[in-house]
Design a protein around this ligand. Structure first.
Ligand code: AHR
Length: 490
């Protein structure tokens, strides 16, 4: 038995909806085929965007979408992706498989995608191989409404009004694929580039600095010290691999030992967010600067027979647990974590959607985003869980993880994950300061490697819970092994 206690009167911080954000890079079949098929495709589309994919993304209320990379961002020259498609310059996507990028999906297409999904765009600029002028002009093209060369160009390309893009990244992984820089050097570049990324009209640009990889605390320290006052947020990247970077391990064929190792590694997010927050507190005690985990998720070996540069992997209940644990961590840190982007949205790494030709499936990770969507913009409330530990010897971790929030209508939602691989766990949840008249829930469960395929797309999907009981201030329900639930108390 695990005992959860939730106190709805102890409100902590607002869970920024952008914690449930996504990332789409020009990588493999994420943009092309996965999202964008072009207007002449036989796959049903609106202005080239797959209708099935857009509808699924709207259902989980994707709040924000990062684009065009990733490593691709620091090689991307935005002017190659505007104007008549037949005139657009082709380039080699050197980071991802050396394939030809025809630039048929560019700024206008990305903004149209965000419009269809109903999400905010997060555009990532090029510091590694781009100029200050190039970045400055992109912002002008996106956001300026007056008379100027970039406004003229945008109008010539069919867009009269500026889009008013708020979230703007100044470089990506500039410690690695974005230029192999030292933090001191990047901090100076950030200060310079962001100066010319202007505010236009009412639109105040939200300037996002490139932060550290995993536990590079020196990077966080140096960049915050020197450039903290010029930024609105700084990023963190952390991927979970079961084994190591050389042999990451299969997405579907793994042992229970590897399952527990993977979850233990995913839980490292707690330590990373806490430690980076400590450093940020040194330079920004008021929490003015947000932490944005704009790349997170599981990274496995690619599916056998697929292009190693395309990073295409399946997605199982193990990934559902990774997502559930990680999102609970972000909720708990919502006083500092203001945005996160799972990598990546379609057909790359820990995707919520996979496609094959005209077929589409929703992954177990998608269903976790569905179960968790009610936390968006709700108030985090105090929750505590008294549970046993599971995992490999010497690497145990709590069996049940939880987070809870109260939405604008006063409805309590809590999400819980049971990481154990056997047994049925009874959960007794005491809820303080809330009547328990109307309690319902949804559950996602399956074997650790259960997944959806194009032939059997509904193998893993959430179902309503039938075994919830409430009495006095306590809700009781059972969680099977390897499961995630969302409980709603009206
Ligand atoms: O998401 C895949 C890649 O991982 C991104 O392009 C890069 O930023 C990170 O290393």
């Amino acid at each position: 038995m695990s005992r959860i206690t939730i106190d709805t009167a102890r409100k902590k911080s607002k869970i920024n909806r952008n914690i449930y954000g996504h990332f789409s890079e020009h990588l493999g079949r994420c943009i092309y085929n996965g999202i964008y098929v072009g207007e002449n495709s036989s796959i049903p589309n609106e202005k080239g965007m797959r209708k099935d994919v857009v509808a699924a993304l709207r259902n989980i209320r994707v709040p924000v979408l990062r684009w065009p990379g990733g490593c691709f961002a620091d090689e991307y020259h935005w002017k190659d992706g505007i104007g008549p498609k037949e005139n657009r310059k082709k380039m080699v996507n050197t980071n991802w498989g050396g394939v030809t990028e025809d630039n048929s999906f560019g700024t206008h297409e990305f903004m149209e995608l965000c419009r269809q999904i109903g999400c905010q765009p997060y555009v990532n600029g090029n510091v590694g191989s781009g100029t200050v002028q190039e970045m400055s002009e992109w912002v002008e093209y996106l956001n300026f409404d007056g008379i100027s060369p970039m406004t003229e160009l945008r109008k010539q390309n069919g867009r009269e009004k500026p889009w008013g893009v708020k979230y703007f990244g100044v470089g990506n992984e500039n410690w690695g694929c974005g230029g192999n820089m030292r933090p001191e050097y990047y901090a100076d570049l950030f200060r310079r580039y962001q100066t010319f990324a202007r505010n236009y009209g009412e639109n105040k640009l939200f300037r996002i600095a490139c932060g550290p990889n995993v536990d590079d605390y020196n990077w966080m320290d140096k960049v915050m010290e020197s450039a903290g006052r010029f930024m609105d947020a700084i990023t963190l990247h952390y991927y979970t691999t079961p084994q190591d970077w050389e042999h990451k391990g299969s997405a579907t064929d793994f042992t229970s030992e590897e399952y527990y190792t993977t979850l233990k590694k995913a839980l490292r997010m707690e330590e990373l967010v806490s430690n980076h927050t400590q450093i940020m507190n040194k330079y920004d005690p008021q929490h003015r600067v947000g932490l944005i985990v704009d790349e997170w998720g599981a990274w496995y070996d690619v599916e056998p027979g697929t292009n190693p540069g395309f990073l295409y992997q399946q997605n199982t209940m193990r990934d559902a647990l990774i997502a559930a644990l990680t999102l609970n961590i972000f909720n708990h840190h919502s006083d500092r974590v203001i945005m996160a982007c799972v990598a990546q949205m379609v057909n790359v790494l820990q995707s919520v959607i996979l496609t094959e030709g005209d077929k589409m499936l929703l992954t177990p990770t998608y269903h976790v985003f569905d179960l968790y969507k009610d936390h968006q913009d709700a108030e985090l409330v105090d929750s505590y869980v008294d549970t046993t530990e599971v995992g490999n010897k010497g690497e145990e971790f709590p069996q049940v993880s939880v987070s809870a929030s109260v939405d604008a209508g006063g409805v309590l939602h809590f999400t819980a994950a049971n990481a154990a691989l056997s047994g049925m766990e009874t959960i007794e949840c005491r809820v303080l300061n809330k009547d328990l008249d109307n309690v319902s829930g949804r559950i996602l469960t399956g074997k650790m490697n259960a997944h959806n395929t194009f032939d059997a797309p509904d193998t893993v999907q959430p179902v309503p819970m039938t075994n919830i009981h409430s009495k006095g201030d306590t809700i009781t329900f059972d969680m099977p092994a390897c499961s995630v639930v969302e409980i709603t108390v009206q």
